[in-house]
Ligand binder design. Structure first.
Ligand SMILES: [Zn+2]
Length: 116
C-alpha cells in the first residue's frame, strides 16, 4: 500500500538580503555580500512537507562564493523564518487531522456517557 504514497524531496535557495561590503578572497577585492538560506525538504504529495536541511551562507554577489554561517545565530537574529510556511509545517496538517479525530472521539464518547 505504501507504493501509492508519493514521497519526494526538493530544495531551494533564498536570497535574504544584502549584508555589507567585505573582502572577498576569490575576487581579491571589496565586494557586496548577501545572506542566503539554502534548504532541502521532504514531502508527501507535495503538500505535507518538512525541512530536512538548512544552511545559512554569506555569499559574494559577484563570484557567488562564500562560506557557511552559524545557523543558530542567524535564526536568532531573523524575525521570521524565510522558508514558506507549508514547506516547514505542512506535515502538521495530517497529524493535526488525526489529533482532531481522536479529540472528537473522546468528546463524543464523553457526551455519550453523560447522556446515558
Ligand atoms: Zn567574490
Amino acid at each position: 500500500m505504501l507504493g501509492w504514497i508519493v514521497f519526494g524531496s526538493g530544495g531551494d535557495s533564498l536570497h535574504l538580503g544584502h549584508v555589507d561590503h567585505r573582502h572577498c578572497e576569490t575576487c581579491d577585492r571589496q565586494r557586496p555580500f548577501s545572506l542566503h538560506l539554502r534548504y532541502r525538504y521532504g514531502h508527501i504529495y507535495w503538500v505535507f512537507a518538512w525541512v530536512t536541511m538548512r544552511e545559512y551562507l554569506m555569499i559574494c554577489d559577484v563570484c557567488s562564493r562564500g562560506w557557511e554561517l552559524d545557523a543558530k545565530k542567524i535564526r536568532e537574529s531573523l524575525k521570521e523564518d524565510p522558508i514558506p510556511f507549508m514547506r516547514r509545517l505542512g506535515w502538521t496538517f495530517p497529524v493535526g487531522l488525526i489529533a482532531s479525530f481522536v479529540v472528537m472521539g473522546i468528546i463524543g464518547s464523553a457526551i455519550a456517557t453523560v447522556s446515558r
